[in-house]
Ligand binder design. Structure first.
Ligand code: ASP
Length: 625
């Protein structure tokens, strides 16, 4: 194809873009270029055929420019233009002109001008797409979008989100470099590092019968880099975890992974907070921060006040412990719960005192779904009197005191759950979010970051009969709790749920944004003996430790600096910064809930020769054969 060259060729001062196929992008055309010869390339966004005049809106990533093809000016171009359809890729050459007064399009940055075509070339034809590309508001089934993701990404909303994500990663890189961090890539074929999920494994051809694990995170490698003296490491790291998928989970995802040497918990939190603020400001300058410095909650406080370790602090609706008020009330449900060591928590749903019976039934069903045996409710009338099915058991005076203790005022609905503390907290924590959604609380434009820290070091794994790390097995213990890292029996190989270790708190912190856990990290154990003690509580024999973590344990004998770090989910961060509730919306090529790539058709059967080379054979349950 002949390329049009011209003495008056346009040199764009800034921005991407001049190539042999175009002088300007479809977003650059402005009156200042009027009268100049211009060529543009892009997709046909829309064609309007008025007979002798054909209008082609030509689109690329940068914008849309109107091309006018007039049969009397250029009959050949008109012939070509009459054959093109939406999504054809074309090159248009001609003269950029200002539009006639009254025909400008104020809603387009290029709307003052149009290209009067002298020549149209079709660079590529296109089938009719399975969904409209040029309508950003079109409702399209997600499955169809994923099957034709390359077309979905051609649409403006996906492009906008992917560009925001790119700006996020760029800001992360800039801020880390400015703070002395070094970006280092770690391998994808590694030895398993447990992060609490199943590994994806890759069989080795060169060492038959052995496998690599795909990294659940670069955890051990980044700690080894601290032993190497790198001091400050970060990586935009791909992580793979074979777990059941939910809205904010994917089998592979991206983390901002970082590690720092010679740091305390406070040092890591201070850097990460500063970094999160700088990055947010650059990516989403219009968003306001709910609170700075970010509030910090201990794990215990977060559960007591919000019923969750990822509190959405854009609204109050805090939980209140009602144990003191209901003690000795004579109401069996409360008395038995307290006698059994359980707790009674409540929250005041502001202004919901007029809730209908069916609304209360819905909230009760919701509470039961998360394990509550029932939901007690008390509506506060305008005169302060209390209407409740349990009113007659509590008596007027105690019902009023309960409402006051829950923070209820006239017009509010107080919701109460009595159960084991974890159940009561979790149920009310979820009810809190549900009530907030019903009340329309939580300004979507606000960024409400907060920290949760001082997590328990371990949780008891009933099935395995051992302690398990609440975050990751390398987390350090709060110094004053170090002596708790022992078993009750004194025999380190016989953990029991009554061990002092169960009370130990970790130097561990989570960063939370608008009720989503953005990520977590810890200051690590950097002494081999303490790490071995901690591993033993988690049921690892000495040989087991050597097999799983031998490399790290050995390294710790060669001078390991105190160190700590964190990993933040980039997918979640990008989603929150672009007002999305599903991370698939900010991933170019995500998988479905069943882990499928609908576009490329993965996973797929494997060539038997490939299996034979690896010495593998599938033994599938009958129905899957
Ligand atoms: N490796 C941890 C994770 O992926 C993060 C950390 O502790 O730095 O959650």
């Amino acid at each position: 194809m002949r390329q049009h060259t011209s003495a008056a060729a346009i040199r764009t001062a800034s921005g991407p873009v001049q190539t042999s196929f175009r002088d300007l992008t479809c977003g650059d055309a402005r009156p200042e270029y009027a009268g100049r010869p211009v060529k543009l390339s892009g997709w046909v966004n829309r064609r309007r055929d008025l007979g002798n005049l054909i209008f082609l809106d030509v689109r690329d990533r940068y914008g849309v420019t109107q091309v006018v093809v007039d049969v009397s000016e250029s009959p050949d171009a008109h012939t070509v233009a009459s054959t093109v359809r939406n999504e054809f890729v074309v090159q248009a050459q001609g003269t950029l002109t200002t539009r006639l007064p009254g025909t400008e399009n104020a809603s387009l940055p290029t709307g003052q001008v149009e290209l009067r075509a002298a020549r149209i070339d079709v660079l590529s034809t296109a089938r009719n797409p399975p969904f409209p590309i040029n309508d950003p508001d079109a409702e399209i089934a997600e499955e169809l979008r994923l099957r034709h993701r390359y077309l979905d990404i051609r649409r403006e909303p996906m492009q906008r989100r992917l560009f925001a994500r790119s700006r996020l990663v760029q800001a992360i890189r800039d801020v880390h470099h400015a703070h002395g961090f070094v970006e280092i890539e770690t391998p994808m074929l590694i030895k398993s590092t447990p992060e609490g999920a199943r590994d994806f494994i890759v069989p080795s051809r060169l060492q038959p019968g052995n496998v690599y694990a795909l990294p659940q995170s670069p955890q051990q490698l980044k700690q080894l880099l601290m032993v190497s003296g790198i001091d400050r490491y970060f990586q935009i790291a791909r992580c793979m975890r074979d777990e059941d998928l939910r809205g904010d989970r994917q089998p592979e995802f991206t983390q901002l992974d970082l590690e720092m040497s010679f740091v305390s918990e406070g040092d890591v939190m201070a850097f990460v907070e500063q970094m999160a603020i700088e990055v947010s400001r650059r990516v989403a300058p219009a968003r306001l921060f709910q609170e700075m410095p970010f509030p910090r909650f201990t794990y215990r406080d977060a559960l007591d006040r919000y019923g969750t370790d990822k509190p959405d602090i854009r609204y109050g609706l805090e939980l209140r412990d009602l144990g003191g008020v209901v003690e000795g009330s004579g109401f069996r449900v409360f008395d038995e719960t307290l006698a059994g060591g359980g707790r009674v928590f409540g929250l005041a749903a502001l202004g919901m005192g007029g809730a209908s019976r069916s609304e209360i039934d819905e909230l009760t069903a919701f509470a039961k779904r998360f394990g509550a045996k029932g939901l007690v409710w008390l509506a506060v009338e305008q005169d302060g009197s209390v209407r409740s099915p349990v009113g007659k058991f509590l008596g007027e005076d105690r019902a009023r005191r309960l409402v006051a203790a829950a923070g209820g005022s006239p017009g509010d609905l107080v919701l109460v759950v009595a159960d084991r503390d974890v159940v009561a907290q979790e149920v009310l924590g979820r009810l809190r979010v549900e009530v907030a959604a019903r009340l329309g609380l939580g300004d979507a434009t606000v960024l409400a970051y907060c920290w949760v820290h001082r997590f328990p070091m371990y949780q008891w794994d009933e099935a395995a009969g051992r302690w398990d790390a609440t975050h990751n097995p390398f987390s350090g213990v709060v110094p004053e709790d170090e002596e708790l890292l022992v078993t009750a029996s004194g025999d380190p190989t016989r953990p029991d749920r009554s061990d002092p270790a169960g009370r130990a708190r970790a130097m561990q912190y989570d960063l939370v944004l608008n009720g989503w856990e953005l990520g977590g990290g810890s200051v690590r154990i950097h002494q081999r003996d303490l790490l071995e003690r901690s591993f033993a509580l988690m049921g690892h024999s000495l040989e087991g430790m050597r097999d799983k973590f031998g490399g790290l344990l050995d390294a710790f004998e060669y001078g390991a600096p105190p160190h700590g770090g964190i990993a933040l989910g980039i997918d979640r961060w990008a989603a929150l910064l672009t007002f999305q509730t599903n991370i698939r919306e900010v991933m170019a090529f995500p998988k479905t809930q069943s882990g499928a790539d609908l576009m490329l058709g993965a996973p797929s059967p494997v060539d038997p020769r490939q299996l034979a080379e690896l010495g593998l054979r599938f033994e599938l349950p009958k129905r899957e054969r």
